[in-house]
Design a binder for this molecule. Structure first.
Ligand code: FES
Length: 162
């Protein structure tokens, strides 16, 4: 959705402006770049450009607080799941196990990152055939890890982050 903030910090070579400034200050490019390489995975947001555009929370407003409707509760049958867009803009699966409760998972398959789809009482990955149950657990590989949980709750007639 919005990757402008990410791009603003990075050059065409994938080196952050902060790192380039560090090179100038230190005067030893090899040392500064090594330090930048080590620091990149630890940057909390905007540091990785490989999150399919969903990782940036800069333009998401107050969605982390739980107010933004992700789905209408009435659109999810009890005991089933739907695909939706999560609070961070990524694909999620919302499950309604009971009349008044919901759970959600990232729709990104833990095998190689394809988008899983609801299929009755299961979540199917179209790429290599992994199957997950409605609690996100693996029923069939090649995936071996459960889907990542996304915090959601019922708020009135909507499902919201939380
Ligand atoms: Fe889902 Fe391979 S990416 S099974």
């Amino acid at each position: 959705m919005s990757s402008a903030h990410d791009d603003g910090l990075m050059t065409g070579r994938g080196i952050s402006r902060r790192c380039l400034l560090a090179v100038g200050a230190v005067g030893i490019p090899g040392m500064a770049l090594a330090a930048c390489s080590q620091a990149s995975p630890e940057e909390p947001a905007g540091g990785s450009g490989t999150s399919a555009g969903a990782g940036s929370s800069a333009g998401a407003g107050s969605s982390a607080g739980g107010g933004k409707p992700l789905a209408k509760l009435s659109d999810i049958k009890v005991g089933e799941a739907i695909s939706a867009t999560g609070p961070d803009g990524g694909d999620i699966i919302i499950v309604r196990p009971t009349e008044t409760t919901v759970t959600a998972f990232s729709a990104i398959c833990t095998h190689e990152g394809c988008t899983v789809q609801p299929a009755g009482q299961e979540l199917d990955c179209p790429c290599h055939g992994s199957v997950f149950d409605l609690k996100g657990a693996v029923l069939n590989g090649p995936a071996t890890r459960p889907l990542r949980t996304v915090a959601v709750k019922v708020s009135g007639e909507n499902v919201v982050a939380g």
